[in-house]
Design a protein around this ligand. Structure first.
Ligand SMILES: Nc1ncnc2c1ncn2[C@@H]1O[C@H](COP(=O)(O)OP(=O)(O)O)[C@@H](O)[C@H]1O
Ligand SMILES: [Mg+2]
Length: 287
């Protein structure tokens, strides 16, 4: 019953007609961590999240969320799960305070008024708390949506592209907030198509066209990168591609020995984008 994983996914598949939105995906999501789903549009991120919250039934495979079945135990799980959908689901005519209170009442949260107040502070919305949401900026609406998703202090929080279309400053603030939540023990599953964001997660799974193409820590994924070594020998530019692991560089330098005619060496490591795009490209080549 008790598992070190908040979520266990075994070979789940889900199609929409001819489109395989998820193709035999397996993954384990540890408790108390930020787990990222990274992939381009249409890679299956939302379909996976909706399967995990029990709003969509996979065609096949097994799903365990907090030791329970997301469809059968949907009502019991609801208390422990928060979901911030990709498209805003807050009431535009209501204020932030009323929106959050409404979601809190649905969840039968105790001591609601105090909780609403503290979550307004946590999401930095107090100064506009009584204004209708329709007058807010995009970033503020996202924060209202986040506050509604977490008013009942869920153990598990699903955030579907929470910072898409949010300005860079707010994006950093949002991630500080997610990190604070994880430090307090919340397990966070967050989807994004942005690499810089994905690399703030503790663990990362890369999806493309419904396939899982890599799962690792961000560091592990970076180590899959390549580095171009560019050097001048006898006045001529030469290049050699090596793995980005530190041992690869040491070995290559050793192989050069102390060649007096090498005057300079420059390193061009893959960027995060290079690494992920290479994985995606490999997966996209038609058979
Ligand atoms: N309700 C739907 N009807 C038909 N196709 C869908 C539906 N929802 C998603 N899809 C398709 O399934 C694939 C995965 O979509 P989605 O899970 O939304 O990906 P992502 O969230 O990564 O952008 C896409 O090809 C998308 O067009
Ligand atoms: Mg999506």
């Amino acid at each position: 019953m008790s598992s070190p994983f908040a979520i266990v996914v075994k070979e789940i598949s889900r199609s929409y007609g001819e489109i395989k939105a998820l193709n035999k995906i397996s993954l384990d999501i540890p408790e108390g961590k930020i787990f990222g789903l990274l992939g381009p549009n249409g890679s299956g991120k939302t379909t996976l999240i909706r399967s995990l919250i029990g709003s969509l039934e996979p065609d096949s495979g097994l799903l365990t969320v907090l030791g329970k079945n997301p469809i059968k135990d949907r009502f019991e799980l609801r208390k422990h799960i928060g979901y911030m959908p990709q498209l805003s689901a807050v009431y535009e005519e209501l204020s932030a305070r009323d929106n959050i209170r409404f979601f809190g009442e649905l969840q039968e949260v105790e001591d609601l008024e105090n909780k609403v107040q503290s979550i307004l502070e946590f999401t930095e919305l107090t100064h506009r708390a009584e204004d209708p949401v329709r007058t807010y900026s995009g970033g503020m609406k996202k924060r209202v949506s986040l506050a509604c998703a977490m008013i009942h202090e869920p153990k598990l929080l699903f955030l579907d592209e929470p910072t898409a279309a949010v300005d860079p400053h707010l994006k950093i603030q949002s991630w500080e907030l997610f990190r604070k939540l994880a430090e307090n023990g919340t397990t966070i599953v967050v989807s994004t198509h942005l690499m810089d964001e994905a690399f703030r997660c503790d663990q990362l799974c890369i999806l493309n066209r419904g396939e899982l193409i890599a799962m690792d820590t961000p560091k592990g994924i970076l180590e899959k990168g390549r580095t171009t070594l560019s050097f001048k020998r006898n006045g001529k530019e030469e290049q050699q591609e090596i793995s980005s692991e530190p041992t690869a560089l040491a070995q290559t330098l050793k192989s050069f020995g102390l060649e007096a005619d090498i005057h300079s060496i420059e390193l061009y490591p893959d960027t995060i984008e290079d690494i992920v795009l290479r994985m995606v490209d490999k997966n996209t080549i038609p058979e």
